[in-house]
Design a protein around this ligand. Structure first.
Ligand code: B12
Ligand code: SF4
Length: 450
């Protein structure tokens, strides 16, 4: 059977992101089938029409990674584009259309019906192989747990962690690799799935599971080497929080070194209390960029968000990263339950104590189903069970509105080169794009460090 996997994600803010999810979906398909990947960052619609004609796929898998850009002040919404793409595909192909991805998993029924696709896989894409087998054997795929169809309705659904075989089908010869290698040299890598923390607004534990499922450090390192051999100059570890299992993350870093991985890398980290040598080991294995999910420097807001650290922990982790010679950035998420002019000012006062960093500010927290923030917003009457959350809805704090949070922050730090609203917007992406074209590698926010 011919299977076409499409990545429709052409967003270049903050930079283009290699469609790693499709490598796992492709890896779930047994070898008797032929799989082609069309990444719309490199494949034009004209070319896609040719592929549909010549390859004539029986099944098309569509990756829905992003629903929107989660930036309240500069919102981009992608579902309408995916819907147009599905209609376009329907006009040219009789293939069964299956969607999946992290965005899809958060609101599967709404996305399936908005797009007009045939099936959707909630959670991990490894079930795609089972769906193909079912179709080959004339069985109804929607009978597989986690698979929904336009005809079936699931009600509340928690994705079950995939316990079967998982294989990343990374092909160094894939035609779309060149695009990412030319635009910053970045490929990506996963070392585990799941996050065991409980931050109130965060859908990651729902998407990937609350319990960690760890990949063997040696295998992760072998994949890192494969990426390097394929020409990567940098890799990003896509784990929700790389250090949420400290022991495993240290073992992975040591495995990178032992395997001879020699390119720099980055990832998301929680600024929790860490062993003293933690970032030295990381730096020794090639880590260069630490992206801390700090979110606030107000003690009461950290508690309200149920972050697993306090303000002093943030500064301690930051200093440890600097001492190890690393670049450290902090993300802020402002406007959650309990935010007020006082808590914003407390965060801003504490920010003055940072040395050598870049700060990314997100104003307004998007409400996702299956999070504590959803329940809070529901109980506070800010949303109802019928509120459509697919088009982004942001939490509104009682004591301060989003615009006031933003104006307090911009009045204080808006003219600082190291304070960015959102992920930098299209202007930032143009600058990053130009630098990538000149051969600079990685996420490049280190040039803004002050
Ligand atoms: C790492 C990450 C980043 C990194 C990526 C770095 C890199 N070089 O790869 C950075 C920081 C750059 C980033 C940026 C953004 N991100 Co981001 N990111 C993530 C994160 C943590 C992991 C994504 C990942 O790669 N996972 C690993 C792979 C293996 O998993 P996967 O892609 O989900 O694929 C699996 C399944 O989903 C499924 N699957 C995938 N495709 C398909 C297709 C089919 C047919 C099927 C059946 C299944 C399937 O199978 C795969 C294997 O199980 C997720 C949150 C999360 N935990 O999922 C957010 C997430 C994807 N990001 C999100 C967003 C919004 C963004 C930004 C728009 C934010 C911004 N304003 O800058 C940008 C967009 C960038 C872009 N160009 O697309 C949202 C998307 C949801 C939404 N509201 O739209 C998420 C879910 C976080 C959130 N807010 O909830 N991101
Ligand atoms: S540590 Fe990060 S990934 Fe984990 S629940 Fe909190 S915000 Fe989400």
């Amino acid at each position: 059977m011919n299977i076409l996997l499409i990545s429709p994600n052409t967003l270049v803010i903050p930079y283009p992101v290699y469609p790693i999810g499709l490598d796992y979906v492709a890896g779930s398909v047994s070898p008797e089938h032929e799989v082609q990947v069309a990444d719309l960052n490199v494949v034009s619609l004209e070319k896609l029409a040719e592929i549909l004609h010549d390859f004539s796929p029986k099944i098309i898998g569509l990756s829905c990674r992003n629903i929107d850009n989660t930036e309240a002040g500069d919102s981009l919404y992608f579902i309408s584009e995916y819907k147009q793409l599905v209609s376009w595909l329907r006009y040219r192909s009789k293939a069964v259309i299956v969607c999946g991805g992290s965005g899809f998993t958060m609101m599967p029924e709404q996305i399936l019906s908005s797009l007009g696709a045939d099936y959707g896989i909630i959670g991990e894409g490894e079930k795609f192989g089972l769906l193909i087998d079912a179709m080959e054997n004339g069985l109804e795929p929607a009978q597989i747990s986690g698979v929904i169809s336009s005809a079936s309705s699931t009600g509340t659904w928690v994705p079950e962690p995939w316990r079967g075989r998982s294989m990343r089908a990374f092909r160094s010869s894939a035609s779309h690799n060149r695009f990412y290698l030319d635009k910053g040299g970045m490929l990506n890598l996963q070392s585990k799935r799941g996050c065991s923390f409980n931050c109130i607004y965060c859908p990651y534990p729902y998407i990937e599971g609350k319990k960690h499922r760890l990949l063997e450090p040696d295998k992760v390192a072998r994949m890192a080497l494969e990426l390097e051999e394929a020409g990567a100059k940098y890799f990003f570890v896509t784990d929700s929080a790389f250090n949420s299992d400290i022991t495993h993350s240290l073992a992975v870093a040591k495995a990178f070194k032992a395997a001879g991985v020699s390119i720099p890398w980055g990832g998301f980290f929680a600024p929790v209390r860490l062993p003293l040598e933690y970032f030295t080991v990381m730096a020794d294995s090639g880590l260069t960029h630490v992206e801390f999910g700090t979110e606030s420097l107000s003690e009461s807001m950290l508690k309200a968000y149920r972050k697993p650290f306090s303000v002093p922990d943030v500064f301690a982790a930051h200093q440890q990263a600097l001492d190890a010679g690393l670049h450290a950035a902090h993300y802020f998420l402002m406007g959650g339950p309990g935010e007020s002019a006082d808590t914003v000012t407390e965060s801003l006062n504490n920010i003055e104590n940072f040395k050598k960093t870049v700060l990314f500010f997100f104003f307004g927290i998007r409400i996702y189903p299956n999070t504590t923030l959803y329940t809070i917003a529901l109980n506070e009457g800010k949303i109802t069970a019928d509120t459509n959350l697919l088009e982004p809805v942001f939490y509104q704090a009682d004591n301060i509105d989003r615009e006031t949070v933003e104006s307090l922050v911009t009045a204080r730090v808006g003219n600082r080169i190291n304070c960015i609203v959102g992920s930098g917007g299209s202007e930032g992406a143009v600058t990053v794009g130009k630098m990538h074209d000149r051969g600079y590698i990685g996420p490049l926010w280190e040039y803004l460090i002050r």
